[in-house]
Ligand binder design. Structure first.
Ligand code: CMP
Length: 134
């Protein structure tokens, strides 16, 4: 069994797509171990996305991720990290494969509805960011 982190982003919570996303996770045999609704501070968003600090979209990304509530979800499954990446699809919804969450509900490369950890080390750090000590 492996654990990973998914975040439902502000564009999806705003459009009331929370239930639909969770249903897709459960349909794909992910077990939900923990979840909560939070409002990220600008400092929190900068810390979470620190790896993108030098990218031209960093400022917009921080603004977007602090524009409304987000829902981090701790998930467990076999091969959870790669299975979730597959279910979520490519970063840009226009390029994401048919049937992926981003293809079906993402709006554009920034408002792409969900975030998924991309590797074991990232998953460990991202899970700790939201759920350490819980
Ligand atoms: P995510 O998988 O959460 O990781 C970084 C985020 O930056 C990405 O999803 C998008 O929401 C956002 N982003 C905005 N513009 C870009 C871009 N041009 N390329 C990659 N990510 C972008």
């Amino acid at each position: 069994m492996e654990q990973t982190l998914l975040i439902i982003k502000p564009d999806a919570t705003e459009r009331h797509l929370f239930g639909r996303i969770i249903q897709r996770l459960e349909d794909s045999r992910f077990k939900i171990l923990a979840m909560k609704m939070v409002n990220l501070s600008p400092a929190g968003a900068k810390q979470f996305y620190a790896v993108h600090e030098a990218r031209p979209f960093f400022g917009d990304l921080v603004e977007f991720m602090t524009s409304g509530p987000i829902v981090p979800i701790l998930l467990e499954r076999e091969n959870a990290i790669s299975a979730l990446r597959e279910l979520v699809g490519a970063t840009d919804p226009a390029k994401a494969a048919c049937g992926t969450i981003r293809h079906d509900i993402g709006l554009d490369v920034q408002r792409n509805s969900v975030h998924a950890s991309d590797a074991p080390e990232t998953a460990k750090n991202e899970i700790a960011f939201f759920f350490a000590g819980e």
